[in-house]
Design a protein around this ligand. Structure first.
Ligand SMILES: [Ca+2]
Ligand SMILES: [Ca+2]
Ligand SMILES: [Ca+2]
Length: 383
């Protein structure tokens, strides 16, 4: 089998594998998106120019730490002497390793390969006619990395760079030198993710059995986000007001503004943050937590880190794939007023993913090997 055939077979096999995996409840399992950027042909030619390219992608995430990404794109690579340009239509499959898929910012690396239809157009040196000089289908390998920023649970934007090593030396119409052609790019993309939610009809992260309005979505404004009812009152922070709803009412309870944690990784501490507003002095702000299925609640105190901002940690040993429940409560010194987000009878439930340690190790090893090789090729050329 040729390298090209091997790559195609590997592509098909990986796609079939991706279709048979089952995603974890509450996790992103499918993504679709677009990427655009600037690529540069690093062939044996001088005067390569940055050329824009566009790609669409579809990805499967069997686990949050790993994705199979299929891409189809278009670009027209040009040089400053402009005697010809090479149009390329790459179709690719890569493995993406996500290092922090549950954080707002997720570093990732990827490696893979695919095929490219290409067509070099220009003026034929023999006839002087404009037309297609050569076209073919070839294979290439690619590697790179970047950062993914989660704008919401379903939408992410990413910035990254890719190195592609083509297995042909003809993209630049210069079948010379001792190297195959390479394409370097920098890119930005957007991905829309689909989350797998069991038992959550309105898709608001509150499972049906804890959702007081299972068909109307909670407004995730930090205010009473645990019960599944979208409260009419606005979040005072979003409104830019620090005194709502504490006013003249001397019996007002503390107000807890907390954005619920929906996902976490097994074995890692969960940092819980909450803003608490109270007319009276606060006696205590605390987290109640328990692993799913355990009768007893554990308590950990939250400390004031900044004006109104309290922080505490749920220890990693309580974070298991069975799942976790927690509440945030604030009690003022009169002991009469209690503010909360989540209650022992209506706790906030966190989906826990298996540990990503092994995946990060595989990803780092794989990344070091492929990106290391790519850097070597680029640096060798620049000598
Ligand atoms: Ca719900
Ligand atoms: Ca709310
Ligand atoms: Ca609510």
């Amino acid at each position: 089998m040729t390298v090209k055939q091997t790559l195609y077979v590997a592509t098909v096999l990986l796609c079939l594998t991706a279709m048979t995996v089952t995603a974890i409840s509450g996790e992103r399992f499918l993504g679709i998106g677009l990427t655009t950027g600037l690529g540069r042909l690093e062939g044996d030619i001088s005067g390569s120019k940055l050329s824009p390219f566009f790609m669409g992608h579809l990805r499967f995430l069997p686990v949050p730490y790993f994705a199979l990404n299929g891409e189809l794109g278009f670009s027209s690579l040009t040089t400053s002497n402009s005697s010809f340009k090479t149009q390329i239509i790459p179709f690719e499959l890569s493995a993406i390793f996500n290092f922090l898929p549950h954080s707002k910012v997720n570093p990732y690396i990827f490696a893979g390969g695919g095929g490219v239809f290409w067509k070099a157009k220009g003026i034929d040196p023999l006839t002087g006619q404009k037309g297609t000089l050569e076209s073919n289908t070839d294979s290439f390998l690619k590697t790179g990395g970047g950062l993914e920023f989660f704008v919401s649970r379903s939408v992410a934007i990413n910035l990254g760079a890719t190195f592609r090593l083509s297995l042909t030396d003809n993209l630049d119409q210069l079948n010379q030198g001792d190297e195959n052609d390479q394409v370097l790019d920098v890119h930005a993309g957007v991905t829309f993710y689909f989350n797998k939610n069991r038992n959550d009809r309105d898709n608001d992260l509150i499972p049906d059995e804890l959702d007081l309005m299972p068909d109307i979505a909670e407004d995730h404004d930090g205010y009473l986000d645990h019960d599944g009812i979208p409260e009419k009152n606005p979040n005072p922070i979003a409104m830019g007001s620090m005194d709502w709803p504490i006013g003249n009412d001397s019996n007002a309870s503390p107000v807890v503004i907390h954005y619920i944690v929906q996902k976490a990784e097994s074995g890692r501490n969960i940092s819980i943050k909450s803003h608490v507003y109270s007319e009276k002095n606060l006696k205590v702000v605390a987290i109640l937590y328990r692993p799913m299925g355990e009768p007893k609640w554990n308590v950990v105190r939250m400390d004031e880190r900044d004006n109104h901002l309290f922080q505490g940690e749920i220890p990693g040993y309580a974070v298991t794939t069975e799942g976790l429940e927690y509440c945030v409560v604030a009690v003022d010194e009169t002991l009469s007023g209690i503010g909360y987000s989540g209650l022992p009878s209506k706790p906030i439930r966190v989906n826990i993913s298996p540990s990503g340690k092994a995946w990060r190790l595989i990803g780092a090893t794989f990344g070091a090997a492929t990106i290391g090789s790519a850097s070597y090729l680029v640096l060798r050329k620049q000598k």
